[in-house]
Structure formats: structure tokens, C-alpha cells
Design a protein around this ligand. Sequence first.
Ligand SMILES: Nc1ncnc2c1ncn2[C@@H]1O[C@H](COP(=O)(O)OP(=O)(O)OP(=O)(O)O)[C@@H](O)[C@H]1O
Ligand SMILES: [Mg+2]
Length: 250
Amino acid sequence: MSETLAPARAEARSAGASPGAALSVRALAKSVPGGRQLFHDLDLSVRGGEIVAVLGESGVGKSTLLNILAGLDDPDGGEVRIGGEPVGPLDEAGRTRLRRERIGFVFQAFHILPYLTLGQNVGLPLALVRSDAHAIGERARAMLEAVGLGGRADDYARDLSGGELQRVAIARALIHEPALILADEPTGNLDPETAGRVLDLLAAAVRRTGAAAVIVTHSRATARIADRVLTLTASGLRDDTATKGDSDGR
Ligand SMILES: Nc1ncnc2c1ncn2[C@@H]1O[C@H](COP(=O)(O)OP(=O)(O)OP(=O)(O)O)[C@@H](O)[C@H]1O
Ligand SMILES: [Mg+2]
């Protein structure tokens, strides 16, 4: 199934920064509080409409990298630009605005609010910027339908399974059609069939809206929908696109 999604967008092979890109990262460096360096001199440029998969061993710094890209964590050095706008100089309010308006983030730990309904969770990004509650509710229902949770909008999130929470998180990340989608293991809790559906949805959202997407994954199936496959190592991002067909089927 995912083979049919693999777009022939092989032209973008450069991992270097470029000023016109949807996401542009230059010379990024980050150490953990104990002093161990996770990465340094990390460059990355992602165009609108492009899906980049980031692989890498557990603990190498993938979630940390995504958090820095979203302005949730600060690098020790280097620069992140989203739609040309540098994230570093923004204060908390500026970063919040940037995330609300331009970023859809699927957290590894979901961060779904247990005492809201699924509809309220999914509609939240729109409710923060718009007031037409009825239209937001309808849109949230449509997003839930798209991730296989049709008819569940009024259920409370506290009762959901891990895979269901993951799908709510994906619907929430996409509802406001963000220019940049950052997803941390978005199919880690899903069975292969549901994972395929969710990946279809992500790929379709990217195509429809021209968003740029960075998807952290351990799954080669996810890597197959990507235009580029990069592996994060201590010495930066390595382009492994050429080997992405070497799938172990996961
Ligand atoms: N606040 C912190 N203090 C100390 N160490 C930290 C802190 N935050 C992250 N780390 C360490 O940084 C490393 C990278 O963590 P990160 O969560 O980015 O890894 P990851 O590549 O996403 O791993 P996984 O695939 O398991 O999710 C880990 O060794 C983690 O323990
Ligand atoms: Mg992680």
C-alpha cells in the first residue's frame, strides 16, 4: 500500500540549509545537561510538499531535535527557520503563535487531554484561533473519521487505548492544516493496517496543503512514504534515501 504513495520526488537530495525552505536548519548543536553532545553541525532543509523521515537509535536525540525544531527546546548553537522566520529570537508568546499558526506536532507521548472529549481534543488547535464552534466540531468529526475514529467524537479521551490516542494526536496535529508537520513516532503504537491508513492520511495532508513534514520513526514502512530518509547519528544527519527500499517490513 505504501509503495503507491512513494512519490517520485527524488530531486531534493540536499540536506543543507536553504533560505526559501519551509524548514531550514543550520549548524545546529545540542548537548544534554550532563554534557554529552547529541549532535553538532546539523544542517537540514525541507521544502513545502516534502516528507523527510528521520531514523536513528533510541537515545540518539530524535525527540530532542523535533522539540528544537518546534521551539520547545533551545539548541546550544545554530539556527532554525520556519517559513524563513528564525525561531531562536522569538519569546514564549512568539513561539506559541508560531506553533499555533504553522506547526502540527505529534508528540511521542501524545499529550492528549484525558478529560476532554476526542472532538474537543482534535478541535483544540482551531478553537485557539477561531470561534465558530459548530464548524470546528464538524471538522474535528471529519478528522476523527479519517483516522478510523468516526462516531467517537463525544467519547472521553481518558478511556482510549494507546493506538487510539495516537490517532487522536495525529488528527489534532493536522486539523489546522499546518505548514510544518513534526511527528514523533506517529505509528509506533499502531497495528500495520492502521499504521498504513495513518501514513496515507499524513501523506495526503502533505500533498493537499503543501506542508513540509519531518517524521521521526523506527519503521521502514514510514520511511517508504518519505521523499528522503535521513539517519540521525552523533555526527549529524546521514542521507539514507538510496537504501529506503531495503525494508524489513516493519
Ligand atoms: N533534560 C535532560 N537531561 C538529561 N538528559 C536528557 C534530557 N533530555 C534528554 N536527555 C537525553 O538525551 C538523549 C536523547 O533523548 P531523545 O529523547 O531525544 O532520544 P530519541 O532519539 O528520541 O530516543 P527514542 O528513540 O528512545 O525516543 C537521551 O539519552 C536522553 O536521556
Ligand atoms: Mg524519542
